[in-house]
Design a protein around this ligand. Structure first.
Ligand code: CS2
Length: 492
């Protein structure tokens, strides 16, 4: 049995493994993070770790809103964990110390609210995934019927949802005469700052119209574009990293060399000097976000559904198939790129080239099944916004509609060999029921699913250019299977 990674073990780690270059005992809490998954630990926590030597006031208290797993792994490690950066060239390990404490919100909502209410907390960051905002993905408005929102509006002192925690903390700060913290969404939502602001304002209004005005007028929610591919950690990763460290890390995170963070610079109570760690501060994040959500995430979701149905376990496996590379290249070049207003100084060709290489990274075991999760929350910003822009100028949507059709085929919950698919999605039961009602008819399945307004809105189901293209692709998927459909794909 190896000893556990913790403060005492830091000095005996093998040379060459980076570790905190600052005095952890001098660090105080300036940030509360909601949603302490692998993504946060491989992204924002690393940028923060990089700048704690320069300014120790920005330590992180991180909360998980559901499962105690991260707490149980990191608490005995005093918040320390390993970041593994993997590529074909090898693996670089580094121990991150930016997280001071982990809280399991459902067990300790009071402790979490106490830290959020402390005036020293000046930023609340979020990676709660798309569904954590409890919004309607097609419109971006708060879903007032969401069970967690209904709960929180009745029992705001013991909230469950991310918006509930933020609103209760802001309410308490306002009552105490303390200024509001800045809310920084780091999720892959369209205009994530504006979306979180809209959701919070509405929730606050429902609590008290005065609080609604306060949130609308005084809470800053800068938008951000976050990018780093972070697959789920496997037991092999744990074992390999434990061997290299000589101590056991219960939950390291594994990622790629690439990382990017673009942030709107509006932090009334100040912020860490993240630019020193490579973050880019800009006036308007939208062009960066469109570029990333549509090119990277749009391709990712397309690869996930078609790849899974074709029997490819990982993104790199799917990218080993030249027909998939051709499809994704065509999707990016011909269908997505023409809809983008590029950010100043960005080079579209090298961005797309780099994406193909990142997807091919064989050292990352990024499962198609993992990316396929929560499609109902992802489709609008990844594929459907692009579809709308293309239809506006009457341009072809062959590959985009194939991606949508593959999602439809996937959410039936039965694969091409008749085996069950473990569909993880907040709408899974409803999607499954619609699929069952369609009795194996591609046309009926498409019709039933187009009627899900939360995903397709009111406009797309009325547009025969969209419905015909998706239905034709879905029919082809049923008739010939995903692999052949991709191999035989010809643009219109
Ligand atoms: C992925 C993203 O799981 C998914 O849906 O598309 O997590 C993706 O890896 C990141 O956005 C990359 O920045």
């Amino acid at each position: 049995m190896r000893k556990r990674l913790n403060e005492a073990a830091l000095s005996s780690l093998p040379a060459g493994i980076r570790r905190p270059d600052y005095d952890r005992s001098a660090v105080s809490t300036g940030i509360v993070h909601l949603g302490v998954g692998a993504f946060h630990r491989a992204h924002q926590a690393v940028y923060t770790d990089d700048v704690l030597a320069a300014d120790p006031r920005w330590g992180i208290v991180a909360a998980s809103l559901r499962s105690p797993d991260t707490f149980e792994a990191l608490d005995p490690q005093q918040g320390l964990y390993t970041l593994s950066v993997r590529s074909q060239e090898g693996e670089a390990l580094r121990v991150i110390g930016a997280i001071r404490r982990v809280i399991v919100a459902p067990r300790a909502s009071d402790s979490l609210l106490d830290v959020m209410t402390n005036p020293a907390t000046r930023i609340v960051t979020l990676t709660v995934t798309e569904k954590g905002y409890c919004h309607d993905p097609a419109t971006g408005a708060l879903n007032e019927k969401h069970p967690d929102i209904v709960h929180d509006l009745t029992y705001l002192k013991i909230p469950r949802s991310a918006p509930g925690f933020i609103i209760e903390a802001l309410r308490r700060r306002r009552a105490a005469g303390d200024p509001p913290f800045t809310v920084l969404s780091c999720d892959n939502l369209p205009s994530n700052g504006r979306t979180v602001n809209r959701v919070l304002t509405r929730m606050a209004e429902l609590v008290d119209p005065e609080l609604g005005r306060f949130v609308a007028e005084q809470v800053s929610c800068p938008s951000t574009m976050v990018d780093r591919i972070v697959p789920a950690t496997s037991d092999q990763d744990r074992e390999r990293i434990g061997q290299a460290l000589g101590v056991q890390d219960a939950w390291p995170v594994v990622t790629e060399p690439f990382t990017q963070w673009v942030i709107e610079d509006h932090f009334p109570l100040g912020r860490p000097p993240w630019e020193k760690a490579g973050a880019e501060f800009v006036g308007n994040v939208e062009p960066y976000e469109h570029m990333k959500l549509r090119l990277l995430n749009g391709s990712h979701s397309t690869l996930a559904y078609l790849g899974y149905l074709s029997g490819y376990e990982t993104v790199a496996d799917a990218m080993g198939d030249p027909s998939f590379v051709r499809l994704i290249q065509g999707l990016m070049d011909d269908e997505v790129a023409p809809t983008l207003h590029m950010p100043p100084g960005a080079d579209l060709s090298s961005y797309k080239r780099a994406l193909i290489e990142r997807f091919k990274n064989p050292a990352l075991k990024h499962r198609t099944w993992q990316i396929a999760m929560d499609g109902s929350q992802k489709l609008p910003q990844r594929l459907l916004g692009t579809v709308r822009d293309r239809l506006l100028v009457n341009a072809p949507i062959g590959r985009l509609s194939l991606g949508v059709a593959a999602w439809m085929r996937y959410v039936t919950g039965v694969d091409e060999k008749g085996a069950p698919i473990d569909v993880r999605d907040p709408m899974a039961p409803r999607l499954r029921e619609l699929a069952e009602r369609s009795e194996g008819s591609a046309e009926r399945l498409a019709r039933e699913l187009f009627a899900v307004r939360e995903i397709f809105g009111d406009d797309l189901p009325q547009d025969p250019r969209f419905t015909t293209a998706v239905t034709a692709n879905l029919t082809k998927l049923y008739e010939t299977g995903a692999k052949r459909t991709v191999a035989e794909f010809r643009p219109d």
